[in-house]
Design a protein around this ligand. Structure first.
Ligand code: ZN
Length: 227
């Protein structure tokens, strides 16, 4: 079987990527169900790309971007390093009262800096030297997926997903320690303190940059300063 076809919707709702023809017929050719229910079925049947592209067209056309107007440099001269956790996507800025244009926000898995010359530290240094950042907040969170992360499980999943042991051996043979590369942390507060320490002690960070560490509750948004 090839890739699912894209069907033009008779109601002008674009093209749907649906394998289930009966669902397509049900949605587009008359039903007593409410529009809201039908919309949810259409959304379910659409790919992320379709949903996002459709939303984006409406967003731009309605000038919904206007409330987000901002300049490149952060108004609060602040950079925030936080976790990529899905619960923090909207909660973090809302709980902090951060608006578009207030801060540079850098995210990674677990707010961990594995390599002082890697991408996270690079972003922070660019924020300081080119974008006027004078303060860095490191914000870890409770119940983080990186806490106690099982590296063996990741390796097992790699094999299951078709990465051969030969390739893993090749990477490790080139000096990449996968255990260390994927290793999680034991305790959130301690991990945030470690990250703050790495930033503060970085040889390329100028003096006078205020680096603070916090932990946020991913359910209530409550933050606690830990360093
Ligand atoms: Zn996390």
């Amino acid at each position: 079987m090839g890739a699912p076809a894209h069907y033009p919707c008779s109601e002008g709702r674009g093209y749907h990527q649906i394998c289930v023809h009966t669902l397509y017929a049900f949605i587009c050719f008359g039903t007593k169900k409410s529009n809201k229910y039908i919309d949810s079925l259409v959304t379910y049947a659409m790919s992320n790309k379709e949903i996002i592209m459709e939303h984006n067209k409406k967003f731009v056309a309605s000038k919904a971007y206007e409330p987000f107007a901002a300049i490149v440099k952060p108004r609060r001269k602040l950079a925030i390093l936080s976790c990529m956790d899905t619960r923090l996507v909207e909660l973090l800025p809302a709980a902090l009262g951060i608006k578009n244009g207030d801060a540079k926000v850098i995210k990674n898995a677990g707010v961990v800096i594995k390599d002082p010359f890697g991408i996270t530290m690079r972003s922070l240094l660019i924020s300081v030297y080119l974008l006027g950042v004078e303060e860095i907040f490191v914000i870890g969170h409770k119940d983080c997926g990186v806490q106690g992360l099982n590296v063996s499980k990741i390796k097992e999943k790699m094999i299951t997903r078709g990465v051969t042991q030969d390739k893993i051996d090749l990477v490790e043979g080139c000096g990449i320690d996968l255990e260390e590369h994927f290793k999680g942390f034991e305790e959130t507060n301690e991990s945030v303190r470690d990250t703050v320490k790495i930033i503060k002690k970085h040889p390329l960070l100028p003096t006078g940059i205020n680096v603070l560490g916090f932990v946020i509750d991913p359910n209530t948004g409550e933050i606690e300063e830990v360093v």
